[in-house]
Design a protein around this ligand. Structure first.
Ligand SMILES: Cc1cc2nc3c(=O)[nH]c(=O)nc-3n(C[C@H](O)[C@H](O)[C@H](O)COP(=O)(O)O)c2cc1C
Length: 356
């Protein structure tokens, strides 16, 4: 099953392994993906679909030093090389559009103000060009400023398609801007974008609708991570989680997106499977950071009917030929976390393919 073809939007995927969005911070101060990034993605083109690392739609939305963007002409030219290389190898690639929201610092954004639904800082530190610093208190976006953020997502998505991406994945997971609207821990607004579950889901729905209008539903996926509870995006009230994500997914379903991707430690849970039923479209899952995805787990998730495809992170970092290795039951390389966020080829393009 895992190695059978499937349809996603207008794409035919040769297998059901999706390379997870994986931030690797190898695009320099200017956020331009260079030849090394091209090579990294090119090597992994046999995965059914690649989702790029989180890419910022505006300078204020940049989350990390070394993260690539979808803003400048130079960044887009760099991505055009990536998408051309993946396509030349017979692969498919979506761009993950990620506005970091409050999970950043002015030292990382280049002085651009850090923004969020409410002026609530994350309790913790972030890596900046100047070393580790406490997360700042973000500027609470005014209602008048929100259409500008929607426009950033739209413009970045258009540019991504122009740069050859097959589509975009809206990053509404892991505590970044879109997720911040969903969670009461980061959203304490008293306008129509805060308070009730319906109100907290509103901004994500508006962004998704606008991006669909701009590039077409077949090219738009979205990632969510209910109850993942990272980076201050706490969702501890199960009834509120059900209401918020239920409302969100009910509103997304009629848009006929390319897919819904859910990060949750238990994809078989009632919560996740209820979201799947309500979405009624192509459904991707990933079990999060707790344990590394294994071949057996991925096989079972698809065979048991819990998802159409499985999103795979660390095994895809360590095995450019993961599809072959898992299909043929070959040994796998282990990913080295010490080189996840470093510079250069080590731990990035030097994991070997299986030699026989
Ligand atoms: C180095 C690293 C970078 C990541 N970057 C992103 C990212 O940019 N966007 C995102 O949505 N998730 C990101 N994640 C989460 C992964 O997409 C995935 O959910 C996680 O690795 C768990 O899956 P796995 O057990 O298959 O590795 C990252 C994870 C790792 C290990």
């Amino acid at each position: 099953m895992l190695f059978s073809p499937m349809t996603l939007g207008e794409l035919e995927l040769p297998n059901r392994l999706v390379m997870a969005p994986l931030t690797r911070v190898r695009s320099g101060n200017e956020g331009i993906p260079g030849p090394l990034v091209v090579e990294h993605y090119r090597q992994r083109a046999s995965l059914g679909l690649i989702v790029s690392e989180g890419t910022y739609p505006s300078h204020a939305g940049r989350g990390f030093p070394g993260q690539p963007g979808l803003v400048t002409d130079e960044q887009l030219a760099g991505w055009a090389n990536v998408t051309a290389a993946v396509h030349a190898e017979g692969g498919r690639i979506f761009a993950q559009v990620m506005h970091a929201g409050r999970v950043t610092h002015e030292d990382t954004t280049g002085g651009y103000e850090v923004v969020a639904p409410s002026a609530i800082a994350i309790d913790g530190e972030t890596r900046t060009y100047e070393g580790k610093k406490a997360f700042p208190v973000p500027h609470a976006l005014t209602a008048e400023e929100l259409p500008g953020i929607v426009e950033e997502f739209v413009t970045a998505s258009r540019k991504a398609v122009e740069a050859g991406f097959d589509g975009v994945e809206l990053h509404s997971a892991n505590g970044y801007l879109l997720h911040e609207f969903l969670t009461p821990a980061a959203n304490q607004r008293d306008d129509v974008y805060g308070g009730s579950p319906e109100n907290r889901a509103r901004f994500v729905i508006e962004v998704t609708q606008a991006v669909v209008d701009a590039i077409g539903a077949d090219r738009v996926g979205i990632r969510i991570s209910p109850e993942h509870n990272v980076q201050g995006a706490l969702e501890l009230d199960a009834a509120d989680v059900r209401a918020t994500y239920g409302h969100l997914v009910d509103a997304l379903a009629p848009l006929k997106l390319a897919y819904l991707s859910v990060l949750h430690k238990d994809p078989a849970s009632e919560l996740v499977q209820d979201l799947r039923a309500r979405f009624n479209g192509t459904f991707l899952v990933n079990t999060g950071f707790g344990i590394v995805t294994t071949r057996d787990e991925a096989t079972a998730l698809v065979a048991d009917g819990h998802a159409d495809a499985v999103v795979v992170g660390r095994p895809a970092i360590a095995n450019p030929d993961l599809v072959r290795r898992w299909r043929e039951g070959l040994p796998v390389n282990e990913a080295n976390p010490a080189t996840f966020y470093t510079d250069g080829a080590e731990g990035y393009t030097d994991y070997p393919a299986y030699q026989n």
